[in-house]
Design a protein around this ligand. Structure first.
Ligand SMILES: *[C@@H]1O[C@H](CO)[C@@H](O)[C@H](O)[C@H]1NC(C)=O
Ligand SMILES: *[C@@H]1O[C@H](CO)[C@@H](O)[C@H](O)[C@H]1NC(C)=O
Length: 772
């Protein structure tokens, strides 16, 4: 197959991922960098055992080919090994490393690791010409060699389970670590139901409380201890009081989450044993400590990490291609859902500032310097962790309903919305069975503890239906009047959006519908306009990915086989595309990118070629509605016939398992955050539109879809979204994720125009940009 590279300036490229730390998702990065390097015409070497391998040279530096990284995307750890290296911290070590690189003609280096490894790479680059001078003086390299290798370009991929690198929204490995932690918390929660117990859970994070914070948010933990926010004097009493409080309200299980680096205001460590003994002695509760340790680095990488690694890996190669001697070294990071280039050393400096702030006990600043998302998580955790006295009662009543198919994260959104609305002094009604339930008056008043433990539960605890309000308008208005509802929060998929649009359009007929209405998008298909992500989509991609991993594994040891896997998503190809990237699929057919017989032929030829090269498995994803006539069965038959004698073909329809069991950590947190944002917005609209003893809201900006657009939480009026919606196919007209398609193809070695790839922008990182 041809690869068309249309960029003008393609210097001969040699890349090598060097790793000094293993974590999930790294293999996906190794694969992406290797393949993208080969794709653009470079020679790619893999350095085994990190910097140690670079210092030792020899067999540690291996030329890679396309197949070297086949079937590694789903593996935990890193297949090329990683080691901490003392030698590289010395000049002799770096001279040896420089010699090894020059010998192989390597002038581009891609390093994946924490800030320590990246700083090491930067030192190496700064010293490069003096290292070469020394090698030249000693006669180990020739003058020509020195000239040919005069510049070393480096690029960093940040791998850290702590997500502690300033400038990027996420580091490689953090999401997978959260998956491991949530699996354990879920296991504890189910077994603990029969006993009254308190769990003290110690998670990794010597300097950074990210994992602890996000796990506490995602599990609704009773108490949280992180290094960035040491508890005030007397916290022991307050903690015990809180635990007692939740026991008397019927909770059988208490969870305390502690980062391994938790400290008190004097900087003295707070240990899990200390907390356990405290609870045991003061309250007499049966208390257990669980130290999660290295399991957090283990296991199969999450879909998010795999996709992140692919995005960052591809961008790293482009950044190296475009590097010139004066380009400052960059790290590739994530901003919203795009890969961006960050100034490496500025980010390292900013990361160090957090530690300095903590050392100097400027804790508020430390939290701010961690970035807006960290601070936001911290605020939301504090807001929802325990019931506080209501500031002022209002007379507003709010109804919350789930609409459409169940999606993971719906319950988390209901929980946070209920709690925040109660804290705002509102009365909250839960509607069972969507708009149908609203028409039937199937409402129940909710209290703080009605939603305890809801974050981790899959499906929809309220019950959900697809019914649209159109035909039930009069009954709905009757319910709204009867319960004196002043605002509606709809958590659901495309029907949720269409439903609110119908209610909005009925405002002219019914004054009762002139109330604030908000839609939180929740659907595995991710097809609601006005947001980049819907709740449930991340869980669905993980569920589909895990199934595909198993399907691929089932064929190991057998003869050559191609699997055709059908995914859900309606006419929206998000699920198929993201799953395809996460499992390293050979192709993903979607409706948005029409296929014809030539495409199918190309794919069949490609697989045939691949199978001849001793690769035993192929995987092709097909979105359920990608083509009316090229059905899953058709594609199965086509591949079966064309593969005769070379491979056989099997079909799998994933079906409803994609709606997922337990929500992913991302969906739990995203749901929690959206619930909070929705209520904040609703409360503001209520106050703005309250006149003469009643709420009257009829402007378009009082019926909105709450969404995440790039990095920004936004509210888009449903009427405005109308122009951006394809109602027939139930999808937005423009999909941001279409720019992931070239990635999928390039990494699967398909002919695709390199022009389609949109390179990352350069982001500036300053203290200001982070704090704001
Ligand atoms: C599928 O086949 C029907 C005829 O059976 C044809 O009318 C239709 O256009 C085809 N669909 C597509 C997408 O080509
Ligand atoms: C109904 O709600 C409004 C606020 O929208 C409030 O002012 C009014 O007192 C409520 N009426 C009753 C009967 O509770």
């Amino acid at each position: 197959l041809l690869t068309t590279v249309t960029r003008e300036r393609i210097a001969p490229l040699h890349l090598l991922p060097a790793f000094d730390f293993a974590m999930q998702g790294m293999n996906a990065a190794v694969r992406a960098v290797t393949r993208m390097g080969i794709y653009v015409g470079a020679k790619v070497y893999l350095i085994h055992e990190g910097y140690q391998g670079m210092v030792d040279g020899g067999d540690n530096i291996k030329l890679a080919n396309w197949q070297s990284v086949t079937n590694i995307i789903q593996l935990g750890g890193t297949v090329i090994g990683s080691a901490r290296c003392k030698a590289f911290t010395t000049r002799e070590g770096r001279i040896a490393a420089a010699f090894n690189l020059v010998k192989k003609g390597i002038t581009n280096l891609c390093v994946c690791g924490g800030d320590g490894s990246l700083t090491g790479a930067n030192i190496f680059r700064n010293e490069w010409s003096s290292l070469l001078d020394e090698l030249l003086k000693k006669g180990r390299i020739t003058d020509t060699m020195a000239k040919q290798h005069a510049n070393l370009n480096i690029v960093g991929l940040v791998g850290s389970i702590d997500n502690d690198f300033c400038g990027t929204d996420m580091t490689i490995g953090a999401d997978s670590a959260l998956h491991r932690i949530m699996e354990i918390i879920d296991a504890i929660m189910t077994t603990a139901q029969s006993h009254q117990r308190t769990f003290v859970l110690e998670v990794m994070g010597r300097h950074c409380g990210y994992l602890a914070l996000v796990s506490a948010l995602a599990s609704g933990a009773d108490w949280l201890l992180i290094p960035e926010a040491p508890p005030q004097e007397g916290w022991e009493d307050r903690m015990c009081h809180r635990l007692e409080g939740s026991r008397t309200k019927g909770s059988r299980l208490n969870i305390i989450i502690l980062a391994e680096g938790a400290i008190d205001t004097n900087g003295k460590p707070i240990t899990s044993t200390y907390v356990k003994d405290l609870v045991g002695k003061r309250l007499g509760y049966d208390t257990r400590v669980t130290v999660l340790g290295h399991v957090q680095r283990g296991g199969t990488p999450s879909a998010f990490d795999r996709i992140l690694s692919c995005k960052l890996g591809v961008e790293a190669v482009i950044a190296l291609m475009e590097a010139s001697p004066d380009t400052p070294p960059c790290a590739i990071g994530l901003s919203g859902n795009h890969a961006v280039r960050l100034p490496l050393m500025e980010c390292v400096e900013m990361t160090k500032l957090v530690q300095t702030a903590m050392n100097e006990k400027r804790f508020d600043e430390a939290i701010k310097l961690r970035g807006g998302s960290f601070e936001n998580n911290w605020k939301i955790y504090k807001l929802l962790a325990f019931q506080k006295p209501v500031q002022s009662e209002t007379s507003f009543s709010l109804a919350i309903l789930n609409v459409g198919a169940p999606a993971a994260g719906m319950n988390a959104a209901v929980r946070s919305a209920v709690r925040l609305a109660l804290a705002h002094g509102q009365k909250v009604f839960a509607v069972h069975d969507g708009f149908q339930g609203l028409a039937n008056g199937n409402l129940v008043e909710m209290k703080w503890h009605s939603v305890a433990g809801w974050t981790g539960q899959g499906g929809s605890l309220l019950g959900t239906k697809r019914t649209l309000p159109e035909k039930h308008m009069a009954e709905i208005v009757e319910t709204i009047t009867k319960f004196n509802i002043s605002a509606l929060l709809v958590i659901g998929g495309f029907e949720g959006y269409v439903g609110v649009l119908q209610l909005f359009e009925a405002r002219s007929r019914f004054d009762e519908l002139c109330i604030p209405m908000c839609v939180i998008p929740a659907t595995v298909s991710n097809n609601v306009p006005g947001t980049d992500f819907s709740l449930g989509a991340d869980t669905a991609v993980n569920a589909a990915m895990e199934s595909c991993d198993k399907i691929k594994q089932s064929a190991s040891g057998t003869k050559r086989r191609v699997f055709v896997v059908e995914t859900m998503g309606g006419f929206c190809g998000y699920l198929a595309t993201c799953t395809g990237i996460a499992v390293g699929a050979d192709a993903a057919y979607i409706y948005e990118e029409p296929i014809n017989i030539h495409d199918l032929k190309t794919n069949v030829d490609h697989l045939t070629e691949k199978m001849k090269q001793d690769i035993q498995r192929g995987l092709v994803l097909r979105n359920e509605k990608c083509h009316e006539n090229y059905t899953t069965d058709f594609i199965h038959r086509l591949y079966s016939s064309e593969g005769k004698g070379i491979f056989d073909c099997r079909v799998n329809v994933l079906g409803h398992l994609q709606q997922g069991g337990a929500p992913s950590p991302f969906d739990r947190n995203f749901g929690t955050k959206l619930g909070v944002k929705a209520i904040q917005w609703i409360s503001e609209r209520l106050n703005e539109n309250f006149r003469q003893g009643r709420v009257f809201a009829n402007s378009p900006d009082t019926a909105c879809v709450l969404g995440l657009n790039r990095k920004v939480i936004s509210f888009s009026p449903v009427t405005e979204l109308k122009d951006r919606t394809d109602f027939e196919h139930r999808v937005p007209l423009v999909h941001w994720w279409m720019n992931l398609r070239p990635l999928l193809k390039m990494l699967a070695k398909y002919q695709t125009s390199f022009c389609e790839y949109v390179p990352g922008e350069i982001e500036h990182v300053t203290r200001r940009s982070i704090i704001e």
